[in-house]
Structure formats: C-alpha cells, structure tokens
Design a protein around this ligand. Structure first.
Ligand SMILES: NC(=O)c1ccc[n+]([C@@H]2O[C@H](COP(=O)([O-])OP(=O)(O)OC[C@H]3O[C@@H](n4cnc5c(N)ncnc54)[C@H](OP(=O)(O)O)[C@@H]3O)[C@@H](O)[C@H]2O)c1
Length: 344
C-alpha cells in the first residue's frame, strides 16, 4: 500500500492542507478502504467556515465515500479485501479523523459499510447513502409518512406533501422516495434543473426563482399538504415557509438551522435534526436502519429507483478539496453532486 495522504483543516476557517498521514490499521469491526470517490455535502463546507458547528481541530472532513477494501480488522464478516464498498461516517466514525473521507486510505466501521454489486457505481452509491438516509429519517421518523416498498411503487394514497427544493441533492431524493411511497409530491426547482426534477416523478414543480409572492401563491394553490419538508435550510427558505404557514399555523421540517430562527412566530414550528445520524445511531430506530441498509438501499441502488444529481468530478485528487468546499459554500452547486478521487 502506498503512503497515506489526507486533506486537513487545521484550525477554524483554515484552508485545506494536503499532508502525509499515518497508514491506519483496522481494529475490531473496522476495515481499511482505498478511497476512490469522495462525495461532498454542504456540511463539509459549513464545518470549515461557519461557527454554527464547532468541530475539534485538526479535522479530516468528508462524510461519504466509496472504494475498494484493502484489509479488515478482527470480527469483520460482511466484506473482505478487494470488495467494492460504500461508507457513511455515522456514530463514533463521525468524530475521529481516521474515518474521514478525504484521504487516500480511510478506515470505516463495518456497520456503516455496504458491499456493492459490480453494476453499482461508486458515484451513485456515495451520492446516495447518506443523503437518502437523511430523507428516510426526515420523512418516516420525523414526519411519520409511510415507507415505499423495497421494490416498485406503492399505490397512490391520495395524500399530498411539499418538498421545498427538489433540485437539491436531498430534495431530489425526497421527491422520488415519497412518490414511490404513494404520495403526490409538490416541489420546486429553478428552470435550469426542472427536467432533473421531472424525472423524479414530481406531481407539480414550482419555479423557485419567481418573485416570493408568486411562489407563495403557487404553493398555496397546490396545497394543503400532509407534511412539509424544506430541504434547503437557508434563512430565505425558512422565511418563505414561515410566510406560507403564518395565517394557518403549522409545522415544517427543515434540513438546517439558520439565522433568525429565534424570530419564528409561535404558531409556526420549524423542526430540524441531524437526520441521518438519528436513523443510524438511535436504538429506537434500529429496525428502520436495518431495513434501510440491508434491504431498501441495496435494492434501490441496484434497480436505480433512486439516483443522485449528475456528478461534477473535480480533477487533481485531494488538492481539489478546497475548490469543492468553495463551490458549496459559495452556493455555486446547482443540480449537481461534487466528487473527487483521492487516487488522482
Ligand atoms: N440535517 C441533516 O441531516 C442534513 C443532511 C444533508 C443535508 N443537510 C442540509 O440540507 C441542505 C441541502 O443540502 P444538499 O446537499 O441537498 O444541497 P445541494 O444539492 O448542494 O444544494 C444546491 C441546490 O439548492 C437549491 N437551492 C439553493 N437555494 C435555494 C432556494 N432559495 N430555494 C430553493 N432551492 C434552492 C439549488 O437549486 P437550483 O439550482 O435549481 O436553484 C441547488 O441545486 C444544506 O443546508 C445541507 O447542509 C442537512
């Protein structure tokens, strides 16, 4: 195995520094993976620049990756060297640098790992594993919606939900997942990404680049909604949901806290959580986690009933990590999922 390298953030606001790092040896329940696809999430950029989250430094960011197993530690039974796998960094793995995705060789916990059939690409698997877990948690645990079948689609149940931000990574997965569960899904997109969202079987797509009053009029005209999942989590989208619910009162589920949340009127409730972590780590959700990791996700990847937004691969390996974080932080990612290969 060649020497290991990692992309570090060494202090709050610090830029990525690519440096040699130790060659990890997998312990009990762990495996060492040659990382071949790192998939970026907005949280990676927020960890670098926002003080909403207070990580411990130095830090190796990167939450989801896919690659080839190099070696396994004691008691690992589900995967072996040379298997292709996808990994999300849940539980204890989320806070220890040896599990960070932005390395040539990263450790993974077996329980966070899914072995991939040859036809499943690293791109699809790493683009879906954590974002879809977010959707499962938000829609099923928090919003109480029903599950889709493992294969095929549920019969239409006559219920309508709103997924605000259907062209985002999480929003797009939520549209398809809820639609497969039998819901009629009203969602939003820019004109540029409308086709992407149509492919996810949305019942109605509202242009979220219109003036605010027009968006609100169309949101009201297409309601009422059994549930609202606001997938963007920004101050602007929070304000819009508050406007939508101001007269009637009600609850919406969001993906992120945002500035001004303390001024939301009392009759409107914004709920957010670290959704995928809740699914992965809370004992009460164990059965749903097992359903997701052992039944639904493998089948969904195989049949491609869900898929990530189209990939934007950056060249240059770990040296491109800062470019990826800048694209996300500056809001320059539109209907795409950003990836790099640390082996480049
Ligand atoms: N709480 C959790 O567990 C959790 C998990 C995952 C993600 N998140 C959070 O969820 C949010 C979305 O993450 P992501 O990975 O899905 O993001 P993403 O795909 O990187 O988001 C980019 C997309 O957001 C859309 N967008 C931006 N501003 C918008 C607005 N005002 N109205 C509607 N759409 C807008 C853009 O759509 P157009 O280009 O079409 O305009 C763009 O395609 C982030 O805040 C992230 O941190 C939270």
């Amino acid at each position: 195995m060649a020497s290991n390298k990692a992309a570090w953030i060494k202090k709050p606001g610090g830029l990525i520094e690519v440096e040699t790092v130790e060659k990890w040896i997998p312990d009990r329940g762990e495996l060492l993976v040659q990382v071949e696809a790192v998939n970026f999430n907005p949280i990676d950029a927020k960890l670098q620049r926002s003080d909403l989250f207070q990580p411990q430094y130095p830090l190796i960011v990167g939450f989801t990756f896919a690659g080839t197993v190099i070696s396994t530690g004691p008691d690992v039974g589900s995967v072996k060297p040379s298997d292709r796998v996808v990994v999300a960094r849940w539980g204890q793995a989320g806070i220890e640098n040896k599990f960070g995705a932005l390395q040539k060789y990263a450790l993974a916990l077996e329980e966070n790992t899914l072995k991939l059939e040859p036809e499943i690409t690293f791109e699809d698997a790493s683009g879906v594993i954590a974002n879809l877990a977010t959707v499962v948690s938000a829609l099923n645990i928090y919003m109480g919606l029903s599950l889709p079948p493992v294969t095929g689609k549920a019969q239409k149940n006559g219920k309508r939900i709103l997924v605000y931000g259907g062209s985002s990574a999480v929003g797009g997965l939520a549209v398809k997942y809820a639609s497969d569960a039998g819901y009629e899904v009203v969602t939003t997109s820019s004109t540029a990404n409308k086709k992407l969202v149509e492919e996810r079987n949305a019942a109605h797509i509202i242009d979220h680049c219109q003036p605010k009053e027009d968006i609100l009029r169309e949101l009201r005209a297409n309601g009422p909604y059994e549930g609202i999942f606001e997938a963007i989590g920004s101050q602007a989208t929070t304000q819009l949901m508050v406007e939508l619910l101001r007269e009637t009162g009600g609850q919406f589920f969001s993906t992120s806290p945002s500035p001004g949340d303390d001024q939301i009127p009392k009759n409107v409730q914004k709920t957010w959580a670290g959704y995928s972590e809740t699914l992965a780590s809370r004992e009460a959700n164990r059965a749903l986690r097992v359903w997701y990791m052992e039944s639904y996700l493998p089948e969904a990847l195989k049949s491609r009933s869900v898929w990530p937004n189209p990939a934007l691969w950056l060249n240059g390996g770990l040296n491109s990590a800062q470019e990826a974080l800048d694209l996300l932080y500056d809001g320059k990612v539109s209907g795409r999922k950003v990836y790099l290969n640390p082996q480049d």
